[in-house]
Design a protein around this ligand. Structure first.
Ligand code: AMP
Ligand code: AMP
Length: 361
């Protein structure tokens, strides 16, 4: 495991006046780069050749480090190049999707904004549950075995990227029938069936609040909310029930995009407290706790109960809906604050106060 002392040593070799913000060219990279530039930093994209067109259209990357595959971030020559460029990496969803959290905590010798240890907690469903319970959040029930299914559940495939192949079942029989179909579609192998996560399906609407835990200001900020646009589940309502039955359609949850939302003001106190409590709990499980952006994935029922089914201990792509501004960022900052910029503002303040070591690991 790479220690904070080792990262502090690397930081000593950096020219803080030339610090650059770097990340993998995907997910929320444009958000992160735009924010970095608005706060006066250079930007470095670790990018696939086929995606470089993005930076031609949106010239936000001062340097591009080309890779064939995001896992090359771990290569010595890539890491060396990033250190030469004084890069602080900002992790996002593609880091955990294309690298293992062990690789991130053991092999990536480039300073990273955020708490790497918490990426383990995010990636492991059991650990997540422990963390969120410790914070006192309401969680959907989980079922250990298909035999226990006694209500509608959502079955989450191990390592699924963006909800791909998730399905619903309301009994052991329907579960096994659907598993067979999913295997046939090539989304799952027999040996992974035992690792499918079975979670109570909460009937309600998705609400994804975005927070920023500032070490420098000692505060947890509430900066925005989004909901997701998922294929095919968001398309099913366009087909009448009769035809749905005829073609045996079942919902899947591949993320395609996000939409901004504002909430009933009466929901805000609980959501704000939830963010505070998650940060408090994180300080106990992995000191110094969350550094920077995080997001809770919740479902709100018609009783206005808020169930949390997941946490992301890093920037989420849903914050892209707040580029420019979001209603909640506006309330605190006025115009032109958004997650990518808030991250770089924290780095800027940390440099000013000579506290950069406190926000990187
Ligand atoms: P990508 O680099 O697009 O493959 O995304 C990396 C990971 O982040 C995948 O697990 C995606 O499902 C997730 N992701 C990407 N974009 C979004 C989004 N707009 N909202 C939520 N999750 C996303
Ligand atoms: P995830 O990959 O865990 O973010 O989940 C993908 C999508 O599945 C979410 O955006 C929700 O639409 C849905 N979902 C996940 N868990 C639940 C749940 N326990 N109850 C209802 N919907 C859920």
């Amino acid at each position: 495991m790479i220690t904070r002392e080792e990262i502090a040593e690397i930081l000593k070799t950096y020219d803080l006046g030339k610090l650059a913000i770097g990340t993998l060219g995907s997910h929320s990279a444009l958000n992160i780069f735009k924010g970095a530039k608005e706060e006066g930093f250079k930007t470095v994209s670790i990018c696939k050749k086929s995606d470089a067109i993005i930076y031609k259209k949106f010239p936000l990357a001062d340097e591009i480090v080309f890779v064939e595959d995001f896992s090359e971030l771990l290569n010595d020559n890539v890491q060396e190049k990033l250190r030469e460029l004084n890069v602080v990496l900002v992790p996002h969803g593609s880091f955990t999707a294309y690298l293992s959290t062990e690789e991130i905590t053991n092999k990536l010798y480039v300073p990273m904004l955020g708490n790497r240890q918490l990426l383990h907690w995010e990636a492991d469903r059991k650990k997540q549950k422990k963390w969120l319970s410790k914070a006192g959040l309401k969680l959907p029930r989980t079922f250990e075995k298909p035999e226990e299914i006694n209500r509608l559940i959502i079955a989450k495939l191990p390592g699924a990227k963006g909800g791909k192949g998730y399905f619903l079942a309301n009994s052991r029989e329907s579960f096994h029938k659907k598993v067979k179909e999913i295997i046939k579609r090539g989304l799952l192998s027999e040996k992974d069936v035992a690792h499918i996560h079975l979670q109570e399906y909460i009937l309600g609407v998705n609400v994804y609040p975005h927070y920023f835990s500032s070490i420098i200001d000692d505060d947890v900020e509430f900066l925005g909310v989004d909901k997701r646009y998922e294929s095919a589940v968001d398309a099913i309502g366009r087909i009448p029930a009769e035809e749905q039955l005829e073609i045996g359609i079942s919902p899947t949850y591949t993320i395609v995009g996000n939409m901004p939302i504002t909430l009933r003001e009466s929901l805000l106190p609980e959501l704000i407290r939830m963010g505070d409590n998650v940060v408090k709990a994180s300080r106990e499980i992995a000191p110094p706790g969350i550094i920077g952006p995080f997001c809770l994935e919740t479902v709100v029922t018609d009783n206005l109960e808020i169930y949390t089914f997941e946490i992301s201990a890093r920037i989420v792509a849903g914050t892209n809906v707040g580029l420019g501004t979001s209603p909640y960022a506006y309330l605190k900052y006025g115009e032109n604050m958004y997650m990518g910029r808030r991250i770089s503002l924290e780095v800027k303040n940390a440099i000013k106060q000579k506290r950069v070591n406190e926000i990187i690991t």
